[in-house]
Design a protein around this ligand. Structure first.
Ligand SMILES: Cc1cc2nc3c(=O)[nH]c(=O)nc-3n(C[C@H](O)[C@H](O)[C@H](O)COP(=O)(O)O)c2cc1C
Length: 222
């Protein structure tokens, strides 16, 4: 079976927000679709290891911020590659609360607020089926998953349902050409996969522009 055909499925990108023990938590997802039109129900797929799933199981209410092409990519990095158990993902961005759920501040194409009604076990993941309770309109062009890979040069971690191995990782994009100049060196972030090209050594105070981790997470690509 040729699994690369799965990469032809199209998606958007969303930031989920929820409360867990009074703390605002959340993560990035690409798996969201509208299930019904009257009193709309939506479905999202969450990995069982994601803290955000624990939060939604307990609290039921959550927000979905629809990522736009001009949404700050650092939000995607922080919410998509780090775990809310370990960090406060909202620290640098802040959040507001609507319909009982937190949503990260910033430029988004819109916000949806939902109340979870069913949790369907799907082996490694759980399909959360939730009722739409409120919306906040936003602005900007919604970012597609394809745009995220092609333009933002972003990757997806193993917990994403659509994760795949290899350089394409969800797109048909070819790996970047190796730099010609002998002085150019490339370093890759081991958290989010961001690749930076610099003259000489990567500075000690370098911080990943996608997920915000420090220099110790970068290894040189040969
Ligand atoms: C582009 C992208 C798409 C993702 N899609 C999903 C998804 O659909 N479902 C999911 O469970 N995790 C997805 N993830 C991974 C979670 O965002 C990630 O595991 C996150 O660290 C979980 O945080 P938490 O433990 O605080 O919930 C995606 C990540 C990225 C970067």
């Amino acid at each position: 079976m040729n699994l690369s055909v799965l990469q032809k499925l199209t998606y958007g990108l969303y930031v989920v927000g929820a409360f867990k023990d009074g703390k605002a938590v959340g993560c990035v997802i690409n798996t969201c679709f509208q299930v019904t039109s009257e009193r709309p129900l939506l479905a999202i797929s969450l990995n069982k290891s994601n803290y955000t799933l624990d939060a939604i199981r307990e609290f039921k209410r959550f927000s979905l911020s629809i990522v736009a092409e001009d949404t700050n990519p650092e939000i995607i990095g922080r919410f998509g590659f780090l775990c809310s158990r370990d960090v406060d993902k909202y620290e640098n961005f802040g959040y507001e609360v609507a319909a009982g759920a937190p949503y990260v501040k910033g430029q988004f194409a819109g916000r949806l607020f939902l109340q979870a009604e069913q949790f369907v076990d799907c082996e490694t993941h759980v399909l959360v089926i939730a009722r739409l309770t409120d919306t906040i309109p936003g602005s900007g062009t919604p970012m597609t998953y394809e745009y995220y890979h092609r333009v933002v040069k972003g990757k997806a971690p193993k917990s994403a349902p659509t994760y795949c191995t290899g350089d394409s990782n969800g797109s048909d994009e070819k790996p970047a050409e190796k730099p010609n100049a002998a002085t150019k060196r490339r370093y890759e972030c081991d958290v989010c996969g961001y690749v930076v090209e610099v003259d000489g050594e990567l500075p000690d105070d370098y911080v990943c522009p996608l997920c915000g981790v420090d220099r110790s997470h970068f290894r040189e690509l040969k």
